[in-house]
Design a binder for this molecule. Structure first.
Ligand code: KIV
Ligand code: ZN
Length: 500
């Protein structure tokens, strides 16, 4: 008989630890709402004590989500647990997630604690959290490099103190499916009271085994899987939730696991997260990469045309990709526009958001004959712009060539004023960024610049993602336009407005 597996999404916590990712409150809210629509059981919204930004995001998400549990991470310290509880207490079902390392190497070098201290502190922290909420998760960090006998004792202590979920993290992506299966079975056989609690798994992908390890653990009896959309996370990332969902759907004959995820929302959720984090998905990434459903070789194409299942084990439609690509043009009305966005899984929940997005669509349709689904998604993501728009583009003029001095004149609206500045540079983008830098006076440096075409064709939208550094902090910016200089300037201003 099929069992139910829960999905615990940590895109906003472990995923936000991806180098270069830093999301603002509005973006985190958008992602949390998308995760709720996708159907995850838990959203780990952050680490409340880490920063005020994390705290406010967890609080905002706790108020916004209607059915999904919201989780905050905490160390095994009362001050962390107090802060975590303050952040999640308004959620429909709040959970506090406590972690303390149990491997010799972490206890000796990082914690400088004895086994006895780790045993006592973990149980004490769980009991303390339990005063606030009935739902407490405990993670013995670096569990896969811990001595199993010691791990069993720590887990038993956490259960006795009231933990409802025990997570077994493969913190450094060290284990393999056979070894992890043995560990989960060992825990099931040796930890008193284990049958009363949830067993969760949390795998990092340093050796490329995160999804395989998670699936093996689920088959061995784990009932919750932690992961991130697009496999985001520290170093090599976490297990990619979309890969596990499609594995359980495609190989239901083998795993017999049911879950609450609506797989048709995978594509949209992945695109939204990629666009808001500025982390592109590699083309050959399973499930959500641009090539995941493409057939290049003639033999494969022939096979698929004769009978799809010769080379396709899942359909593009099952993750929400549609074959209906060319959709709207400049004569299309607001109704058709909103309906198509809804079909693509985009929810614009205020009239203001609809009008703003429709205005952008009309402007785009004037410049681009066919507005494709990818264009619509890029426009929709552009709507999640920073609220504080101190600097807005009014106009720009470029004089550029390979045998002349490249000059950019940029006119910005700064608060209520119009400010114009001209600068020269190595190329038109360098010149326009210098002009902006002089206007805003932040002295930022450009750390990263990436340009990609959203669709094919000479009139394709160009999407630019930049990272700028200002006062030791890195800010991401994104801009889209059919003109790559304009998208570059918009991306720069988007980043500069985050500094504000
Ligand atoms: O990888 C890890 O061990 C973690 C814990 C905090 C669960 O992220
Ligand atoms: Zn982790």
């Amino acid at each position: 008989m099929a069992r139910r597996i829960k999905f615990f999404d940590t895109t906003l916590r472990d995923g936000e630890q991806t180098p270069g990712v830093s999301l603002n409150l509005q973006e985190k809210l958008e992602i949390a709402l998308a995760l709720e629509r996708l159907g995850v059981d838990y959203v780990e919204a952050g680490f409340a004590i880490a920063s005020n930004g994390d705290f406010e995001a967890i609080q905002g998400i706790s108020e916004a989500l209607k059915s999904t549990s919201v989780v905050s991470l905490a160390r095994a310290l009362e001050k962390d647990i107090d802060r975590a509880w303050d952040a999640v207490k308004s959620a429909v079902s709040p959970r506090i997630h406590i972690f303390l390392a149990t491997s010799d190497i972490h206890m000796k070098y990082k914690l400088k604690m004895t086994e006895q201290e780790v045993l006592e502190n973990s149980a004490k922290a769980v009991a303390y959290a339990k005063k606030f909420t009935g739902d407490v998760e405990f993670s013995p960090e670096d569990a896969t490099r811990s001595r199993p006998e010691f791990l069993y004792r720590v887990l038993a202590g956490a259960i006795q103190a009231g933990a409802t979920c025990l997570n077994i993290p493969d913190t450094v992506g060290y284990t393999n499916p056979e070894e992890y299966t043995r560990l989960i079975k060992g825990i099931l056989a040796n930890v008193p009271g284990i049958e009363k609690v949830e067993i969760s798994v949390h795998c990092h992908n340093d050796l490329g085994l995160a999804a395989a390890n998670s699936a093996a653990a689920a088959a061995a009896g784990a009932s919750q899987i932690e992961g991130c959309i697009n496999g985001l996370g520290e170093r090599g990332g976490n297990a990619a939730i979309e890969e596990l969902v499609m594995l359980f759907n495609t190989r239901r004959d083998y795993y017999q696991l049911d879950h609450n995820i609506d797989s048709t929302k995978i594509n949209r959720t992945s695109k939204l997260i990629s666009s808001l984090t500025g982390i592109y998905v590699q083309p050959h990434k399973p499930i959500v990469g641009a090539n995941a459903f493409a057939h290049e070789s003639g033999i494969h194409q022939h096979g698929v045309l004769e009978e799809r299942t010769t080379y396709e084990i899942m359909t593009p439609e099952s993750i929400g990709l549609t074959s209906n690509r060319m959709v709207l043009g400049k004569l299309s009305g607001k109704h058709a526009f909103v309906r198509r966005l809804e079909e693509l899984g985009v929810v614009l929940d205020t009239d203001d958001a609809v009008n703003k997005a429709f205005g952008k669509f009309k402007a785009l349709a004037d410049r681009k004959k066919d507005v494709l689904d990818e264009d619509l998604l890029a426009l929709a993501d552009d709507n999640y712009d920073t609220k504080a728009k101190r600097f807005a583009l009014v106009s720009f003029q470029i004089s550029s060539g390979n045998r002349m001095i490249n000059t950019a004149t940029v006119r910005l609206k700064v608060g209520d004023d119009l400010v114009t500045n001209a600068a020269t540079g190595d190329g038109p983008i360098d010149a326009s960024y210098k002009a902006i830098n002089e206007i805003c006076g932040y002295g930022f440096t450009l750390k990263d610049y990436a340009l990609r075409s959203v669709t094919g064709g000479h009139d394709a939208l160009g999407e630019v993602n930049v990272k700028i550094e200002c006062n030791g902090k890195v800010y991401l910016g994104r801009g889209v336009s059919t003109d790559i200089i304009e998208s570059s300037i918009l991306a720069c201003l988007n980043a500069v407005n985050r500094v504000v």
